[in-house]
Design a protein. Structure first.
Lengths: 283, 402
């Protein structure tokens, strides 16, 4: 049973530490996106990487349209892995929608988690005027899904083909194939719908695990207003505004990402867990 | 920017690594309806539609980061009028002296885009159709499974049924033996020679007869046919049998025997009109001393009497069947006979088409032994059954008066 889950989610375990640290990729990505960041934690933590069912090198036969039609299904993947490895008090690091997946998992089994680190999270991408600004209108999100289709996202080898005339970068090619090419177009579309049309705003106040929100500058996917909303509604959360721009600081600015996570975890280990004093914005 | 690139037949754009516009050619500015100054230093997002901004974040920049180039990516630009311009973009990361920049060429693809939209629409429709087909298949499979289960249940039921049938058949066979046991044997002595044929359409018969020697000179012969056939009729024959056996053996007069049987049926169904059965019957009381026969025919097919000289008489019905009307008076008929005469009693199953073939047959076979007559009748019966597939209880009694 345990072996089945580890195979299903292509779970990889590295590192020397006692405490476990699990890295959840964001929308449409597999575990290779964590390459630079995860390696930095291997000396102090047991690092766990995985792919959601339907992505990367997961067992695509385990994909079930119904289960993965909402983020709860993906959260169950995380819980299944924690149960299979008998994990407790782990540090969960999620990117983008991966953050929300971890947050949902922590509601079901708070005892599995000691800290949530969320990079560019958003509880709801849709605008809900007049009080909530998620950043997007419904048509715009459907436009993105259409654009994915027209770029054959999920079609095998489409992106990898472009690499063949770049022989000096074989490592990149392998990484790319893993990242973009093992996804099925239907799964890609269903994941997009589950991720972009989710509204988990009402879940924020129920979270009991302390959290760090890493907010990029000029992130159009998760704008600053959304990061602040998260911080206001998440009990015992800390918000850090990064110098990094864009939506993928773990790829574009791994050093800053590693530094902020390390800093947070070190502070957390000396401060009283869950103290309101942890709340605050560091610029 | 050199003149050639500025006026190239495709859009050209140089971006900083984090997406800010460093240079843009005239072709692209024309497409976008901007002038140069308003775009330099702006983020590329300002010329992208919202979906394209997202897509570029999710795929364009990560690809550039990993691969240092992008080829054939479809995105959409937006011009100052808010119009959407679908383009294909190729990008190449280039290291300059102090910085890394991203050179991009963009080719509008309005027509190709429309064509692709059509293709996608067709693809979606096909997928929907496939989905519908799979759904229909799944439903069919469910139905098939249900049918299988029903079939299993039916088979089981059928087995139970067969078991029940076998048991019932056994029971009926036992009942048939009991019914036939109640039948008397034909009397063959110095006075009479008899042949009897008794055949039920099913296991049990609605016909019953009795032949009794009452005393050295008197003999009683009775034949009854209870309406219908099968188990219910057979049960009634058995109640009638026990009654007429006692009455006849005690030597009661013919009219009294019939009256008692009639009352018995009335009493039997007094409180149950639905179950009411009636019965035709003919009873003959033969006095060999006086060579006289008393008889009553209650709704029964006429018995045939044939004198030694070949003259035939019909002992026709003079009363309604037993169990039909209350207060019927059964009047005894009497005739005297000569030795050498021949008597035929039968139920209507023996002449199912009422073709009256028996009288001529009786005449034709006058000089033949009784067993031959019996054979002839059975042959006729057999042939008729083959033609009409009719099936009723059949009984006949043949008597030669010595």
């Amino acid at each position: 049973m345990n072996q089945d889950i580890l195979f299903r989610n292509n779970v990889k375990i590295k590192g020397k530490g006692k405490q476990s640290m699990i890295f959840a990729p964001g929308f449409g990505c597999d575990q290779t996106v964590w390459k630079s960041v995860a390696e930095a934690f291997e000396k102090d933590y047991q690092v766990i990487l995985f792919d959601y069912v339907g992505l990367g090198h997961s067992d695509i036969h385990a994909y079930d349209s119904k289960r993965y039609s909402s983020l709860v299904g993906y959260a169950q993947d995380v819980l299944d892995i924690c149960t299979a490895l008998d994990l407790k008090d782990i540090v969960f690091v999620g990117h983008s929608v991966g953050s929300m997946i971890g947050l949902l998992a922590s509601l079901r089994h708070p005892e599995y988690f000691s800290r949530l680190v969320m990079i560019g999270p958003s509880p709801c991408y849709l605008n809900d005027p007049p009080h909530y600004y998620g950043g997007f209108e419904k048509e715009e999100l459907f436009g993105l899904i259409d654009m994915m289709e027209k770029n054959y996202i999920g079609w095998a080898n489409v992106f990898a083909q472009t690499v063949t005339n770049n022989p000096e970068l074989p490592e990149v090619k392998r990484q790319l194939e893993e990242r973009f090419c093992s996804t099925d177009p239907i799964i890609a579309r269903e994941f997009a719908e589950a991720a972009f049309f989710a509204d988990n705003r009402s879940d924020l106040k129920k979270v009991t695990v302390p959290s760090l929100i890493l907010q990029c500058s000029n992130d159009i996917i998760a704008p600053l207003a959304v990061g602040e909303y998260m911080h206001q509604h998440l009990p015992t959360s800390m918000l850090k505004i990064m110098a990094a721009t864009g939506h993928c600081p773990h790829m574009s600015h791994p050093e800053e990402t590693i530094r902020l996570i390390t800093q947070y975890l070190n502070e957390a280990s000396v401060s009283v867990v869950g103290s309101p004093a942890v709340r605050g914005v560091t610029l | 920017m050199d003149e050639q690139l500025d006026q190239a037949p495709c859009g050209f754009l140089t971006l900083s690594e984090d997406g800010f516009i460093l240079a843009i050619n005239q072709t692209l500015l024309k497409i976008l309806n901007y002038n140069q100054d308003s775009l330099i230093g702006q983020h590329v997002n300002s010329i992208l539609t919202v979906p394209a901004r997202l897509f570029v974040q999710f795929y364009f920049f990560p690809l550039v980061k990993l691969e240092h180039r992008v080829e054939e990516m479809y995105i959409s630009l937006v011009n100052t009028k808010g119009e959407e311009i679908p383009v294909l973009i190729n990008a190449l990361l280039k290291r300059e002296k102090e910085r890394t920049v991203l050179d991009c060429i963009l080719i509008p693809m309005h027509k190709r885009n429309e064509y692709e939209n059509e293709l996608l629409l067709a693809k979606k429709e096909t997928e929907e159709a496939l989905k519908a087909k799979h759904k229909a298949m799944a439903e069919l499979e469910t139905t098939l499974k249900k049918l299988e289960i029903q079939k299993e249940a039916l088979l089981e039921l059928n087995q139970e049924n067969q078991k029940y049938q076998i048991e019932t058949k056994k029971e009926l066979e036992l009942a048939r033996i009991i019914q036939e046991t109640s039948l008397t044997d034909p009397i063959n002595n110095d006075q009479f020679q008899m042949e009897v044929f008794y055949n039920a359409s099913g296991e049990l018969s609605g016909d019953i007869y009795g032949i009794y020697k009452i005393d050295p000179y008197r003999y009683g012969i009775i034949l009854l046919d209870v309406m219908g056939h099968g188990i219910s009729s057979a049960l009634i024959t058995m109640t009638l049998h026990s009654l007429f056996q006692r009455l006849i053996s005690a030597g009661f007069p013919v009219d009294l025997v019939m009256k008692e049987l009639d009352s018995h049926l009335h009493k039997l169904f007094h409180n149950n009109e639905e179950a009411r059965h009636y019965s035709t019957a003919i009873y003959l009381l033969i006095d060999t001393d006086k060579q006289k026969i008393d008889y009553v025919n209650a709704g029964h097919p006429p018995a045939l009497w044939q004198d030694p000289n070949g003259t035939q008489y019909e002992l026709s019905s003079t009363a309604p069947p037993l169990g039909t009307f209350e207060d019927v008076v059964f009047k005894t008929n009497t005739f005297t006979y000569k030795k050498g005469g021949r008597l035929l009693l039968y139920t209507d199953g023996v002449d199912p088409l009422a073709s009256n073939y028996l009288a001529p047959l009786l005449r034709k076979t006058a000089l033949l032994p009784l067993c031959r007559l019996k054979q002839e009748i059975l042959t006729c019966l057999h042939n008729e059954k083959n033609v009409y597939h009719k099936s009723d209880d059949e009984t006949f009694i043949l008597v030669d008066f010595k």
